[in-house]
Design a protein around this ligand. Structure first.
Ligand code: FAD
Length: 176
C-alpha cells in the first residue's frame, strides 16, 4: 500500500500512527475489473501520486515478464524516493520494461503524465494496435487529461475512437 496522509483524515492518520508489527484488522474487497492481464504481449500503466501503488504490486507479480511500461506523475524528485528501490528491483528482475516520470514542480514549465503520453504516442498506439492493455490509476483530474490525449492518439494513428478500445477491454481504470 502507499497512502497519502490527509491532515484530518481518519484512515490515513490511523495507518500513519501504527507501530511496526502492530496488527490491522481488514477485509479485502476485490475489484474484478482492475487486474493485470496475463494473456497480452504489452501493458502500459499510467498513474499519478499514490495511484502507483496497485501497479507496483502487479509489476512485482509479473511472473511471465509481460512487457510493462510505467508512466508516473509526481510533484518532485523527492516524491519518487519511497518507490525507487521497488522500481530498481523490478528492472533487475525484468518485470518492468520502461519507466517514464513527469515531475510537476521540478522546473518552471510543469510537466504532467499526459505530456509524456503524447511524447510516446507511437508506443501507446502500437500497444493498442496489437491488443495490448492500458491501465490508469490515480486522480480523476489526471484520468480526464490522459483520456483526452489517448483519444487524440487513437483517432490520429489508428483511425478509431478511444471508446473502441475501451469496449474491447483494452482500457482499465481505477481513479479517485
Ligand atoms: C478506488 C480507490 C483507490 C484509492 N487508492 C488510494 C491509494 O492507493 N492511496 C491513497 O492514499 N489513497 C487512495 N484512494 C483515496 C483514499 O480513499 C482517500 O484519500 C482516503 O479514503 C482518505 O481517507 P481518510 O480517512 O484519511 O480521510 P477522511 O477522514 O475521509 O477525510 C477526507 C478529507 O476530508 C478532510 N477532513 C476530514 N475531516 C475534516 C475536518 N474535521 N475538517 C476539515 N477537513 C477534514 C481530510 O483532511 C481529507 O482531506 C483511493 C480511492 C479510491 C476510490
Amino acid at each position: 500500500m502507499s497512502i497519502k496522509k490527509h491532515e484530518f483524515g481518519v484512515c490515513s492518520n490511523y495507518f500513519n500512527d501504527l507501530k511496526v508489527n502492530e496488527i490491522v484488522k481488514a477485509q479485502v474487497k476485490r475489484n474484478l475489473d482492475f487486474h493485470f492481464p496475463t494473456d497480452v504481449k504489452d501493458v502500459v500503466m499510467i498513474a499519478n501520486g499514490t495511484g502507483i501503488a496497485p501497479f507496483l504490486g502487479m509489476i512485482n507479480d509479473n511472473q511471465s515478464k509481460i512487457k510493462t511500461h510505467l508512466f508516473w506523475g509526481g510533484r518532485t524528485q523527492d516524491s519518487l524516493s519511497i518507490y525507487e528501490n521497488i522500481i530498481d528491483s523490478a528492472f533487475s528482475k525484468k518485470t518492468l520494461s520502461s519507466f517514464h516520470i513527469a515531475y510537476s514542480q521540478e522546473q518552471k514549465d510543469k510537466i504532467y503524465v499526459q505530456d509524456l503520453i503524447l511524447e510516446h504516442q507511437d508506443l501507446l498506439s502500437g500497444v493498442l494496435n496489437t491488443n495490448g492493455v492500458i491501465m490508469i490509476c490515480g486522480s480523476v483530474a489526471m484520468q480526464n487529461r490522459v483520456l483526452e490525449v489517448l483519444h487524440t492518439i487513437t483517432t490520429t494513428h489508428l483511425d478509431k475512437p478511444l471508446s473502441a478500445f475501451e469496449n474491447n477491454d483494452q482500457l482499465k481504470m481505477d481513479c479517485y
